[in-house]
Design a protein around this ligand. Structure first.
Ligand SMILES: [Zn+2]
Length: 99
């Protein structure tokens, strides 16, 4: 019954974490490409890359934190520690084992 919801919720969570950790490779690749383009150490252009990345990360974060429990319709997550734990509704205890 909630299978699709948890599938989507886990996907949103995974994307959020991947974007977060992804800054390291994204930042390195961007730095390298900008270096190739401008033939000098990128400074301001790196800020633009960082801001663009931050925008997408934040957007995904808002989507993730806005997830509502399909059973009791309250917000699922209170804080970002949920990134490191299993997805579970804080008010009714619904987890992805209840499918
Ligand atoms: Zn709930």
């Amino acid at each position: 019954m909630y299978k699709k919801f948890w599938f989507d919720a886990n996907r949103v969570k995974r994307t959020y974490i991947q974007l977060w950790l992804g800054w390291i490779p994204i930042g390195m690749v961007a730095y390298y490409l900008l270096y190739l383009v401008f033939q000098s150490e990128p400074r301001y252009s790196m800020f633009i890359v960082l801001i663009a990345w931050g925008y997408f990360w934040r957007k995904q974060g808002v989507k993730f934190k806005g997830l509502k429990c399909p059973k009791c319709d309250s917000l699922l997550f209170e804080n970002s520690t949920i990134m490191f734990t299993k997805l579970k509704c804080k008010s009714c205890g619904l987890t992805d084992e209840h499918t």
